[in-house]
Write a protein that binds this ligand. Structure first.
Ligand code: C2E
Ligand code: MG
Ligand code: MG
Ligand code: MG
Length: 289
């Protein structure tokens, strides 16, 4: 009866696989329609300068209010958009929307405020990415200095030579560049000098234990020291409590971002605090409209 059991198990797995494939297809179709239906929207998570205590920028985070699946976070759909190529259209929409928003904030008296957009490897590898971005900048009238593009370490290491050329073209346009989730990939700190980046974002896994683990504190300190010698800014992400904030400040970290200071929020919710000094954190829960 081992045989029949095996067959049963096979049928079970195949049904499960079937279900997964169907779910994927449905999700992909919903994503495809999401752009046309206007189901995507953006949240902005403030970033603070630790020296001046001012809000100096915000990271742009994609949200999807799907008619079929409800509210979806990037972890549930970004990789599918990358596999299917949908990330190109969605990514362009994110860039255009973020640039429009930055332009609006500049008009409202905050020309220095920066918006940081996550860029996927598929986008960076796209032949006409630089031309597309140039077009978006011209159309929206945004000052390129107030736009920052975030790439992960692995993206940058994947195809180092071509990537450097693309990054240099982006720098020539005047945009700022940062390396996201720094410390989780394989690049050596020393390798950073080959890339024309302005800022590194220390991954939140190191920030989590910075006040409890001497190892993590040492790693953060090493990253900050190296960054300073290369004249790069360091932003720590995922700051969730005052202990972490205090330690990062002591270690000489330039900027911070995290739930302790502010949750990701709609653009209008952030407007009142633009350029202001921070007191207490802004907002307890992520507000979704
Ligand atoms: P990321 O670029 O590292 O973005 C930071 C993520 O950490 C965000 O998650 C944010 O909500 C979360 N976060 C911020 N502060 C804290 C904190 O104090 N504690 C904890 N535990 N988490 C915190 P989110 O919005 O779910 O985004 C996840 C990832 O999805 C992003 O990671 C980014 O890689 C990707 N992503 C988001 N928006 C876009 C986009 O427009 N395009 C692309 N290609 N990727 C995006
Ligand atoms: Mg990011
Ligand atoms: Mg990150
Ligand atoms: Mg991350």
């Amino acid at each position: 009866h081992a045989k029949s059991e095996g067959r049963g198990r096979f049928r079970f797995f195949s049904e499960e696989m079937n279900h997964k494939i169907l779910h994927r297809v449905a999700l992909e179709n919903a994503l495809r329609q999401g752009l046309e239906r206007g189901e995507f929207f953006l949240h902005y998570q403030p970033q603070w300068d630790l020296r001046t205590n001012r809000m100096v920028g915000a990271e742009v985070l994609l949200r999807w209010q799907s008619a079929d699946f409800g509210l979806m976070l990037p972890s549930e759909f970004i990789s599918l958009t990358e596999d299917s190529g949908l990330i190109l259209g969605i990514g362009e929409w994110v860039l255009r929307s973020a640039c429009q928003q930055a332009r609006l904030w500049a008009r409202q008296g905050h020309p220095e405020f920066r918006v940081a957009v996550n860029v996927s490897s598929k986008q960076l590898k796209q032949q006409d990415f630089v031309a597309m971005l140039n077009q978006v900048i011209l159309e929206t009238g945004v000052d390129p200095k107030s736009l920052e593009l975030e790439f992960t370490e692995s993206v940058i290491m994947e195809n180092a030579e071509r990537t450097i050329e693309t990054l240099e073209a982006l720098k020539d346009m005047g945009v700022q560049l940062s390396i996201d989730d720094f410390g989780t990939g394989y690049s050596s700190l020393n390798y950073l000098k080959h890339f024309p980046v302005d800022r590194i974002k220390i991954d939140r896994s190191f920030v989590a234990d910075v006040s409890r683990s001497t190892d993590d504190a040492a790693i953060v300190e090493a990253i900050i020291t190296m960054a300073q010698s290369l004249s790069l800014k360091v932003l720590a992400e995922g700051v969730e409590n005052s202990d972490q904030l205090h330690h990062l400040s002591q270690l000489g970290c330039d900027e911070v971002q995290g739930f302790y200071l502010a949750m990701p929020m709609p653009a209008d919710a952030l407007e009142g605090s633009l350029g202001r000094e921070h007191g207490r954190r802004v907002g307890k829960h992520e507000v979704t409209e």
